[in-house]
Write a protein that binds this ligand. Structure first.
Ligand code: 6PG
Length: 621
């Protein structure tokens, strides 16, 4: 691209021969009336150009289906370039031939037979908007020198940068490479701790043979074509800000940073705003699926500007897991921190799903089953209630070490990296009763006080006369009940946040990208994709309500029996307690209001007054 006289056709022809792809001179596609207008010395206006630009865009789309092509045209305004790039934005590479008015004017005046007089040149300079994401080349270079620069910029540049080669970073890198993405990969250098990480990693895997390894930031950034796309896979927290500051001096306007860690959505919003002020796009992308998922296909939850997502969409959707319709489990979630928000809640749902399986294990063990026998029972549940977490739990229970099961040798103190904590804090801040997520988190905290539990156990000997009068099928039905409540609460939190932050999230699309690749993928999640097409609240769906009616007797029986036998099943009991409270039209919160008004004069509303008026009573009179 560039004003007339910069030598577009000469360079375009040379480049097409070099790349062995067809060449088209955009001027050959002007309609007659445009050529006539220009030959009379009249400047074309936007509407004259619109049809012409669309013809060139269609030509590019067609050729892109084969080998691609070189098209030269002025493309002076960003709006023209947007039309020319329609639907092929991530495949268009702009080369901007730039020169001074004087040099170009002299060139035009020395040319024969062109229908553009130099007088028109000024009108072109007047509307020229320099492109942000182009290979800019000074026309003082010779044509061959220009071709060399273009070739170096175009062909040797990487399409995508991966920053941080930890467990997830390495898996995502290999996934990207397996999807033929031209990659630059970076890992910091720390004497004696992290040395030549990128180089050694590249040499470990055949699929990385073309990847460019770096341990220095500037060359890593310079190795990327513009707009640069860099995915940060570093630990959540301060390090993300430090890495951003390290990268900023080398970035250009329009570049895109993707934070693929489990960052806090509030921090993501801050970073989004901070980088926006520096004309850098920032996408906070939840990535779920662990090490194997990241390698074979994770679920990816990018949030941020839609235009920025469009630039990285081909790469993220290529590496994402695929749903039952072979669609990528990756979608633009919403603006600013929404991607990391939904990932946080994903982890909250995950905590509960894991805790429910733990409580199933407690019950089945109390019924006298060993881990293998429990695994066999869970195996039989796959038909009706499958999930990734059920499958891995079966594998875990079958794992032996010598004559014993490995699970029996693991210290019973559950850790966490903070996402369940954030979800619980957030749900409290938003006033949403995600009681099961909170319960699952606090149950992990209970497990952590191992010494106190040992001490207390000495004062309360375990009652060996267990009489757990429940069947395996009761447990399965109770498990199904509790999972529905868990998913209701998780998506309710997401919905309320979407309203609160004006994200306008699509719960059906969100549950769709959670049907594969992520830790909470399950048959139930697949069912919710359809449910969320007609409601944002699954407890209004007739099919879900019928299920709950069928399952409720079992959860009541299972929870009652477990409590009578002193078995800890906090998440199962929370599921029915929450439900019992939520299905009551007239609750007992009126007494809370009375108590608050009694000691704090906090006032209350009346059911016989619809005016929303608040009352206070002097209760002592
Ligand atoms: C995922 C997982 C992952 C999670 C850790 C465990 O979606 O792949 O949720 O992101 O952070 O695997 O998290 P905790 O340490 O909080 O249990």
């Amino acid at each position: 691209m560039g004003v007339s006289g910069v030598g577009k056709s000469t360079i375009g022809n040379l480049l097409s021969k070099k790349l062995n792809i067809p060449f088209f001179d955009g001027d050959d596609f002007h309609p007659e009336e445009n050529v006539l207008k220009m030959s009379k010395g009249k400047a074309l206006n936007d509407s004259d150009r619109l049809g012409w630009l669309k013809v060139l865009n269609n030509l590019a789309i067609e050729k892109l289906k084969e080998t691609g092509c070189v098209i030269v045209c002025s493309a002076l305004k960003q709006s023209y370039r947007n039309i020319l790039s329609t639907n092929i934005n991530q495949s268009v590479k702009w080369v901007y031939l730039s020169g001074s008015f004087e040099i170009i004017e002299e060139r035009i005046n020395n040319r024969e037979g062109h229908f553009m007089s130099s007088a028109l040149l000024k009108s072109q300079f007047d509307i020229l908007e320099e492109p942000k994401n182009a290979i800019k080349i000074d026309i003082n270079l010779t044509p061959n020198e220009i071709i060399k620069v273009i070739e170096k910029e175009l062909l040797n540049k990487s399409e995508f940068g991966l920053f941080g080669l930890g467990v997830m970073g390495k898996s995502l890198t290999r996934n990207l490479a397996n999807n033929k993405v031209r990659l630059s990969i970076f890992n910091r250098h720390v004497d004696g701790v992290e040395e030549d990480v990128a180089k050694n990693f590249k040499n470990q895997f055949e699929e990385l043979s073309k990847a460019l390894p770096f341990d220095s930031i500037e060359p890593f950034v310079k190795s990327l074509e513009k707009p640069r796309k860099i995915m940060l896979m570093v630990n959540a927290g301060k390090i993300v800000d430090l890495v951003i500051e390290d990268l900023l001096p080398f970035l250009d306007a329009g570049d895109i940073l993707i934070d693929g860690g489990n960052s806090n959505y509030n921090k993501t919003k801050e970073r989004f705003d901070y980088l926006k002020s520096k004309n850098i796009h920032f996408l906070g992308a939840g990535v779920s699926g662990g090490e194997e998922g990241a390698l074979k296909g994770p679920s990816i939850m990018p949030g941020g500007e839609k235009d920025a997502y469009k630039e990285v969409k081909p790469f993220l959707e290529a590496i994402a897991a695929k749903d039952v319709n072979n669609l990528p489990c990756c979608t633009h979630i919403g603006s600013d921190g929404s991607g990391h928000f939904v990932k946080m809640v994903h982890n909250g749902i995950e905590y509960v799903e894991m805790q429910l399986l733990v409580e199933v294990f407690v019950m089945l063990k109390s019924l006298g089953n060993n881990p293998d026998e429990i695994a066999n029972i869970l195996e039989s549940w796959k038909e009706s209630t499958n999930s990734y977490l059920l499958e891995i739990t079966i594998d875990i229970l079958r794992k032996k070490e010598g004559d014993d099961w490995l699970v029996n040798k693991i210290m019973d103190k559950a850790g966490n990296k903070g996402t369940g904590n954030w979800t619980t804090i957030t749900t409290a801040q938003l006033g949403v009763p995600s009681t099961m997520i909170a319960s699952a988190l606090f149950t992990r905290y209970i497990s952590f006080y191992k010494e106190e539990r040992i001490h207390l156990s000495k004062s309360f000997e375990k009652d060996e006369t267990l009489n757990l009068n429940i069947e395996n099928t009761d447990i399965l039905k109770a498990y199904q009940f509790a999972r529905i409540i868990n998913h209701y609460q998780g998506f309710k939190l997401i919905y309320e946040a979407s309203v609160n932050y004006k994200w306008d999230l699509n719960l059906s699309e969100l549950s769709r990208i959670w049907t594969n690749g992520c830790i909470i993928k399950s048959d139930l999640m697949l069912e919710l994709v359809t449910v969320f097409k007609t409601t944002n609240n699954i407890l209004t769906d007739k099919g879900i309500i019928e299920k709950l009616k069928t399952l409720k007797p079992s959860v009541k029986k299972v929870v009652s029996e477990c409590i009578l036998n002193e078995l800890p099943i906090p998440n199962f009991s929370e599921s029915i307690n929450f439900f019992n409270g939520f299905k009551v039209a007239n609750s007992s919160a009126n007494l809370i209001q009375a108590q608050r008004d009694y000691f704090g004069a906090h006032t209350y509303q009346r059911i016989d007054d619809t005016s929303n008026k608040f009352y206070h009573t002097n209760w002592k009179k």
